[in-house]
Write a protein that binds this ligand. Structure first.
Ligand SMILES: O=C1O[C@H](COP(=O)(O)O)[C@@H](O)[C@H](O)[C@H]1O
Length: 331
């Protein structure tokens, strides 16, 4: 398996393309100058395209991924109705979702043969909309509205339209600020990191009776932390054994172990990392975690090891200015 790491640096308007070597080092393959501030990124399910959200002229750009070394070439672009805070696709690669924090909306873009062709639906009234996350069965779009302490649930239609589900939302405790999500590979649980109180909620996905339930809430900060809480990202290893979150004030990654069935998290440790980690990701083998420091302008690679999934720093690299998004592709 060959793996490529993409990092987005909006302040210098660059994507850095790296080869992830088997021992955890990175080799720079390409630096792409993006026509705008590039923030969220996602790879298409068939791994042929990297989609990136750009501002101040709000749009999604599709880059074709070279199958040999992961290098990027421009393929197409399509306008978006609001600033792209987070982008993702459905699991069949027919639709792209863009969550906009400032517009308070989520929009759906149709993908034809992998290329974005225009907006097919927009749902407004989602204050502080921070991400859009399609469920493992490709049916339900989980859409956290950070300023409303709720995660809205939409059914994705065949035509790309979003319809409020029954129930239409689940709520967090007041002031939590739901932000980013990850799904367990067993498809039974979702985990949401809450930005404003730096906690993690474990959501049991819909059972036979359609019930969705929060089965655990965990404080992700060290006991002696007393500053402003400012959580950002969350990812789980492909085997579902280890979960990670980050907090930007403390500049730490919190390491969790996940119970066999996915229902219970336990904190295993805290890893100091790059200053103001806003985005990180895990490679497809679950061996390495790559974190971006928005204020250090570096990325760091950590090895994930042992039963506890603790992190050991392998290397750090200068990237562009203000890096905030990391994506790993395997081919
Ligand atoms: O995490 C955060 O995200 C929001 C939205 O970010 P944007 O890049 O889409 O503008 C940001 O405004 C907020 O301050 C920050 O904590």
């Amino acid at each position: 398996m060959k793996q490529t790491v993409y990092t987005a640096s909006p302040e210098s308007q660059q994507i850095h393309v790296w080869r992830l070597n088997s021992e955890g080092s990175l080799t720079l393959v390409q630096v792409v100058d993006v026509p705008g501030q590039v923030q969220p990124m996602v790879v298409s399910p068939d791994k042929r395209y990297l989609y990136v959200g750009v501002r101040p002229e709000f749009r999604v750009i599709a880059y074709r991924i070279a199958p040999d070394d992961g290098a990027l070439t421009f393929a197409a672009e399509s306008p978006l109705p609001g600033s792209p805070t987070h982008i993702s696709t459905d699991r069949s690669g027919r639709f792209l979702f863009s969550a906009s924090y400032n517009a308070g909306s989520v929009s759906v873009v149709r993908l034809e043969d992998g290329l974005p062709t225009g907006v097919v639906d927009v749902v407004e009234g989602l204050e502080g909309c921070h991400s859009a996350n399609i469920s493992p069965d490709n049916r339900t779009l989980w859409t956290p509205a950070l300023k409303q302490d709720r995660i809205c649930l939409f059914t994705l239609g065949d035509d790309g339209n979003l319809t409020a589900q029954e129930p239409a939302e689940v709520t967090t405790v007041e002031g939590a600020g739901p932000r980013h999500m990850a799904f367990h590979p067993n498809q039974r649980f979702a985990y949401c990191v809450n930005e404003l109180n730096s906690s993690v909620d474990v959501w049991q996905l819909s059972d036979a009776h359609g019930n969705i339930e929060c089965v655990q809430t965990l404080d992700m900060m060290p006991a002696d932390f007393s500053d402003t809480r400012w959580a950002a990202d969350i990812h789980i290893t492909p085997d579902g054994r280890h979960l990670y979150t980050c907090d930007r004030t403390a500049s730490i990654i919190t390491v969790f172990s996940v119970s066999e069935d996915g229902s219970v998290l336990a904190i295993e440790g805290f890893q100091p990392t790059e200053t103001q980690p806003r985005g990180f990701n895990i490679d497809n083998r679950g061996q390495y975690l790559i974190a971006a420091g928005q204020k250090s302008h570096h990325i760091a690679v950590y090895e994930i090891s042992g039963e506890q999934g603790l992190l050991t720093e392998k290397a750090r690299y200068a990237v562009g200015q203000g890096p905030m998004w990391v994506v790993v592709n395997a081919f």
